[in-house]
Write a protein that binds this ligand. Structure first.
Ligand SMILES: CC(C)(COP(=O)(O)OP(=O)(O)OC[C@H]1O[C@@H](n2cnc3c(N)ncnc32)[C@H](O)[C@@H]1OP(=O)(O)O)[C@@H](O)C(=O)NCCC(=O)NCCS
Length: 144
């Protein structure tokens, strides 16, 4: 019987190192989380109320962040520790983030999935997401 999992707001500074470690193990070095300490710090500064963690036996096993502009919400950094997957933790975290966005007036929740991540796509399809015809455009801001 797996240990129970609780979902709660990110609690700095208690969670900072644990979240950074989780992001390193889940996302590796080739992502926007390559400096997880910085990423955690940045998100705290934006809206700590939209930063949730899953905890099991006093260990942080999952995260999700949300953000929004007007009525459009975004989901970021959904991560569940590898040995805790397929227990509903990802779905639960996503739901918390979606409800937080809805309560702030957001009408949509969107996210990006790396190409080739078919398991992640299946997860999002199971949780109600579908592809859109919109592509992403991006540039680096180094030098500003
Ligand atoms: C994607 C991720 C968050 C899913 O977390 P999880 O806790 O395992 O997901 P859940 O247990 O809540 O699964 C919800 C549903 O999705 C399905 N699902 C989850 N992972 C799946 C996979 N890899 N392939 C197919 N289906 C999957 C589950 O079977 C479940 O379906 P059900 O409700 O019919 O039983 C987790 O695998 C992860 O952290 N992946 C690496 C990071 C990542 O890709 N994050 C997303 C960034 S865009």
């Amino acid at each position: 019987m797996p240990a129970p999992t609780t979902l709660r707001h990110f609690d700095p500074p208690r969670d900072q190192a644990a979240v950074a470690g989780l992001w390193t193990s889940v996302f590796g070095a080739n992502s926007i989380h390559r400096d997880p300490e910085f990423a955690v710090h940045q998100q705290r500064a934006v809206d700590a109320e939209l930063f949730f963690v899953a905890e099991s036996e006093s260990v942080v096993v999952g995260t999700v962040l949300a953000g929004f502009a007007a009525d459009r919400g975004w989901i970021y950094s959904l991560a569940v520790r590898a040995n805790q997957r397929r227990r509903g933790i990802g779905r639960g975290l996503l739901l918390r983030a979606e409800r937080a966005l809805a309560s702030r007036g957001c009408e949509t929740a969107s996210l990006q999935v790396a190409q080739g991540e078919s398991g992640t796509v299946q997860f999002y399809e199971k949780t109600g997401y579908h592809p859109t015809p919109l592509g992403t455009m991006s540039r680096r801001l180094a030098g500003y």
